[in-house]
Structures are given as structure tokens and as C-alpha cells.
Design a protein around this ligand. Structure first.
Ligand SMILES: [Zn+2]
Length: 597
């Protein structure tokens, strides 16, 4: 078995992780189902883009021969905004999905780009946003492709950035939601995400200049708001900021600062930021940031679905959330941090139409009341085409974690894992049709004693576990681990019953009757093709949902058991992921006041 250290967790990391994610060891595979299909599709799509096209703009700018042709949309002049993320995603998916040709492609792109760097170290990228993402990819390749020589390249461009980047670091104010920094003609820099990847460069073995440079970009103005939680019943007082995604992504810099310094202050900030987003910013899908703003805690989130179509920047948003929750799982070992991951796996990144070879890219999800549609972004190859492959490459890293005493299972997806436990290689195979089916079967490979921790989902209405057909006793607490410590025999089976059911999820506490419908972690959309929206008796909490809906035999398809108006039937429901682009559907409903028009 190959053991490769996890990106961002090299030997220099000061805090010892409680849980060690396993995806970047190369020994987790998602074996079938929609996530496996999404991974295969992403490999094909991104390997299908001609390297000469990707490098075309960089080569032209460096007065070199530039075979290939310009790309489209955000990449018309140069691929600068997303180049680093494409490279990073390819490097990662090569390992996490066992597709070495993807890692090879990332190395070829790094080599081609390195040849275009100016003699003074100017990386030839449009702005710091682009360079920070290229540094991410170079660090990924250093660790995952065993190419420590690439740290020399990181050192070179960091020295150039240290000399040339202004240090204004303006912060958002009531009259300037964005903060950010003017970094050149027409370019705004979301400077508060810079630190992360320079810290990761140091963690991967880079010189101290990387660490010192990263430390200049802490976003204390924002981070320090999360040093304490508000008292019970009090609102979070956090201003509205533009770039909700980057205002979550900045916490990956705080996470890196924690790994470099071991300062518990950063871990506190991460925990509280997580709780702030999940309790005040998130929709039922785990998405956040209407029109890319963070929302004050005053009912604005609930009102946000009344007009605009850009409800949540779902792809970049999923990526920032994956990184924050990965850091929290790793450093706290608490199961509850996987709840947000699971929402996004089924209803965020897992519910978008994949990036197309043409560059058509999912960006916003639309949860408007009345009618919503999925559409690709109006420009090809936007930011979300960069985070899409990073998100998909990261999926196998979210399923299993090694602990000193055994293995933790966070997601119930068809998959296999091998890991080292007390000097022995152990394995586990998971077979499941979840979420359409309600059970998952885990088969142990090899004999020996270890602890198996099974995540009890937040939404469960009846979680139970049987080993070799015998039901286990013990309390299953939602958002915690169900722990089995025993001597395992080769071939032992663990059957987990998850206890998913229909749920109604109010958008915020100001709008208790403005709800989305979910089955377990899966948000269901209603077909809006000449149908009436969902209406329910109030208070809806009194309704037996399982009696209010009929479920079809196949998949998660539900039909309300009432007929709607005389002219329009009530639309049926299915997972958000199953709606194709342009097909009219509804995510949120005013169930006490359904409006046809
Ligand atoms: Zn984006």
C-alpha cells in the first residue's frame, strides 16, 4: 500500500490530528453510484482540455511559440483565474481516484507554465488570486507526486510576490461590503485567502520565508469576530460582506495557521465560524451566500429567495466548506462536522450539472420561490470550473478517517478503504444503495481488534447497527459516533440502518412556514412544469409526512397525497440532483400561502 502524506499535514504540523483523513493516501475508492460517476466524468472532462490551449495565453504573454488556441469565457485571454485549481484538481484526483494520468497532466501543466515565468520571478498571472491557487497546485504536486523540487518554484514566485504585492489589506465596512484590495487595472484581490497555501508550502517542507509571508495575510478583522460565540438567544453580530465564498474560504487560512503554530485560538475561530455559517447562513442544501453576500441574522436569508436567482455560489461554496469541515474533523474528531459535508455531497456539489467539455460550468443554484431553474454560468470556465474538480477530487477524502484506535466512517457511500492500524494493513468494503435504500453493509477485511466509529447522522429517525446479524444495543446520538470496539474476524459484516425520512426544513426562524423538503440529507425539488406548489396544514409540525406523501417504488420520488387545485395537480418531488438544466422546479415553499402566480 502506498502511503503519501495528506496535503497540508506534513511532518511539520504542530497539532497532532485526532483523525487522519485517508483519501490522499490513495487507498480510498468510491466504487459505484452517482459520486463515482461524477469523479469519472470530471477526469474525462478535464483531461479532455488540450494542455496547449490551457497554456496558450501564458506562452503568448511570454513571447513564446503558442500552439493550440485561446479558450473561451474567463479563459479567453489567459487561464490565470482557474489554472492553479485545474492543476490542483488533476493532481489530487490522480491520487484520490487512482488515475495517475491526471497527476501526470498536472505535472506537464506545471512544467509548461514554469517555462513562461519571467526572469525576475514574475509569474505572469493576472493577480494574487491566480498565484495563490497555483501555489496550491505546486504544493499538492510536491506532496502527492513526490516532487519537492517544485518548492523551489514556490520560493521563487513567493519572493517576487513579497516584493511586488501591495500590503493595503483593506477590510469590509458598512459602505464597502467587499474590502478586498485593488491589485491592478480592473482586478480585485480577495487577499484574505492568501495565507493558506503559502503555509501549506511551509508544511510541505518549504523554507521559512513562506511561513513569514503567509503570516502577513491573516484576516484578524474578520477571524477575531469568531473568538467567542454569542450568548444563548443572542444573534451573531457579523456585518454583511461580499464574496461569501471567500469569507468562508478565509478560514482555511486560519486552519493552516493552526497547523503551523498550534495556537488554540485559531481552532476556536474555526469551530465558531462553522457554527455561525451552519446556523445563520446555510440553506437546506448546505449552500450559502445569496448574490454572494453573507447575511445579517435578521430574516434576510429567508427573504433572499423572493426575487433573485443567484441564491448560492454552490461549487466554490462547497469547496470552502469541504476544507473547513475537513480541518475540523481532523483536529477535533467530532462527528458533527460531517453533517455539512453530507448536505453538500447530496444537495450542493452533488446536485449540480457537471462542468462540460465546452466550459459550461455550474455556478449559482436557484432556490427562488415559485419557480427555479438550473443554468450554467453565462461565461465559460468561471471560478467554479476551478473549484469543481477540486471538490470532486476531494470526495474520497471525506468518507473514512483513521484514528489511533481504529477507523471512523463519515459517509455512507459504496467504497473501499485500506489503512494502517498498529502496523497492520486493514481493509473495509462498504456496499449501499443509500439514500434510496436505508442500509449500508460494511465488510471487514482481516482479523484483529480495532474500534469502528460510525457517524450517526443529524437527521436520523432510527439509527441501528447489527454485526453478523445480531443487533447491537447502545445509544445512537445524532451528530455523534456510534462506537464498536471488538475483535474482528475476516469477513465480519456490519449492517447500518440509517433511519432516513421525510423532513421539512424552515429557511430561518423568521420564516417558519417557508420550507424545503428533504429525505434524510437529500433536498427534494418539486417539478414545477404546470403544477401547483406544495401546501400544508398549519402547524405543519403536526403532520405525519409519511402519510402526506406516497413514495414510488424506485428512487426517492414522492407525490403529495392531495390533488392541488381544480386546474393544476400538485407537483411530484425528486432529488435536486435529478433535475436537468432548464427544467422548472421549486426548492422552497410558503406552505401556508402557496401562490400559483
Ligand atoms: Zn465560483
Amino acid at each position: 500500500m502506498t502511503v503519501i502524506s495528506t496535503p497540508g499535514a506534513a511532518t511539520r504540523s504542530l497539532p497532532v490530528p485526532v483523525l487522519r483523513p485517508l483519501g490522499y493516501t490513495g487507498n480510498v475508492r468510491i466504487t459505484s453510484g452517482p459520486l463515482a460517476e461524477r469523479i469519472d466524468d470530471a477526469v474525462e472532462t478535464y483531461l479532455g482540455v488540450e494542455p496547449d490551449d490551457i497554456l496558450h495565453g501564458f506562452r503568448l504573454a511570454a513571447d513564446q511559440d503558442a500552439p493550440g488556441k485561446p479558450m473561451t469565457g474567463w479563459s479567453s485571454k489567459t487561464t490565470s483565474p482557474t489554472f492553479g485549481q485545474w492543476m490542483s484538481g488533476l493532481a489530487r484526483i490522480g491520487v484520490t481516484a487512482g488515475r495517475p494520468e491526471a497527476t501526470e497532466r498536472a505535472l506537464a501543466l506545471a512544467k509548461g507554465w514554469a517555462a513562461t515565468i519571467h526572469a525576475d520571478g514574475n509569474p505572469g498571472l493576472q493577480d494574487a488570486y491566480g498565484l495563490e491557487k497555483v501555489v496550491c497546485a505546486l504544493v499538492d504536486l510536491t506532496v502527492l507526486a513526490d516532487r519537492p523540487d517544485l518548492l523551489d518554484l514556490v520560493a521563487k514566485v513567493t519572493e517576487w510576490a513579497d516584493t511586488h504585492w501591495p500590503r493595503d489589506r483593506p477590510v469590509g465596512t458598512p459602505v464597502d461590503f467587499e474590502g478586498g484590495m485593488y491589485a491592478g487595472p480592473g482586478e480585485t484581490l480577495e487577499w484574505y485567502t492568501i495565507a493558506e497555501n503559502f503555509y501549506r508550502g511551509w508544511l510541505a517542507g518549504g523554507d521559512d520565508a513562506l511561513k513569514e509571508f503567509a503570516a502577513e495575510w491573516h484576516y484578524d478583522h474578520f477571524w477575531d469576530r469568531f473568538l467567542e460565540k454569542p450568548a444563548p438567544g443572542q444573534p451573531w453580530v457579523v456585518p454583511t460582506y461580499l464574496h461569501a465564498y471567500s469569507h468562508l474560504n478565509t478560514f482555511s487560512s486560519a486552519a493552516a495557521a493552526y497547523e503551523v503554530t498550534g495556537d488554540e485560538r485559531f481552532l476556536t475561530i474555526l469551530k465558531n465560524a462553522h457554527d455561525y455559517f451552519t446556523t445563520t447562513q446555510n440553506y437546506a442544501t448546505g449552500g450559502y451566500g445569496p448574490s454572494e453576500f453573507t447575511m445579517p441574522e435578521d430574516g434576510s436569508l429567508g427573504r433572499s429567495v423572493e426575487w433573485r436567482t443567484d441564491t448560492a455560489e454552490i461549487v466554490c461554496g462547497s469547496w470552502a466548506a469541504f476544507k473547513l469541515t475537513s480541518a475540523l474533523l481532523k483536529h477535533t474528531g467530532e462527528a458533527r462536522y460531517a453533517d455539512w459535508v453530507e448536505q453538500l455531497v447530496y444537495s450542493g456539489i452533488g446536485a449540480v450539472t457537471p462542468v462540460q467539455p465546452s466550459g459550461k460550468t455550474p455556478y449559482y443554484q436557484d432556490y427562488r420561490l415559485g419557480i427555479a431553474t438550473k443554468l450554467p454560468h453565462w461565461d465559460d470556465w468561471p471560478c467554479c470550473s476551478g473549484t469543481y474538480i477540486q471538490c470532486v477530487s476531494h470526495l474520497p477524502d471525506l468518507v473514512y478517517f483513521a484514528a489511533d484506535d481504529g477507523l471512523a466512517v463519515t459517509l455512507y457511500v459504496p467504497s473501499t478503504v485500506e489503512w494502517e492500524h498498529e502496523g497492520q494493513t486493514r481493509s473495509l468494503t462498504q456496499e449501499t444503495g443509500f439514500p434510496a435504500a436505508d442500509t449500508s453493509t460494511l465488510t471487514i477485511g482481516g482479523a484483529g481488534r480495532f474500534t469502528l466509529k460510525l457517524r450517526v447522522p443529524a437527521w436520523t429517525e432510527g439509527f441501528s447497527v447489527a454485526v453478523n446479524g445480531e443487533a447491537l444495543g447502545g445509544e445512537a446520538t445524532p451528530s455523534d459516533w456510534f462506537v464498536i470496539d471488538r475483535d474482528w474476524a475476516d469477513g465480519d459484516t456490519v449492517v447500518v440502518t440509517l433511519g432516513a425520512g421525510l423532513r421539512l426544513l424552515p429557511i430561518d426562524r423568521w420564516h417558519p412556514n417557508r420550507v424545503a423538503v428533504a429525505y434524510g440529507p437529500v433536498v427534494l425539488g418539486q417539478s414545477a412544469e404546470w403544477t401547483a406548489p406544495l401546501a400544508l396544514q398549519i402547524p405543519w409540525a403536526m403532520i405525519d409526512l409519511n402519510a402526506a406523501f406516497s413514495r414510488d417504488d424506485e428512487g426517492l420520488h414522492f407525490t403529495p397525497n392531495y390533488t392541488g387545485t381544480a386546474r393544476l395537480k400538485v407537483g411530484s418531488f425528486k432529488p435536486l440532483s435529478e433535475f436537468p438544466d432548464r427544467f422548472p422546479h421549486r426548492v422552497y415553499f410558503d406552505v401556508d400561502a402557496p401562490r400559483i402566480v
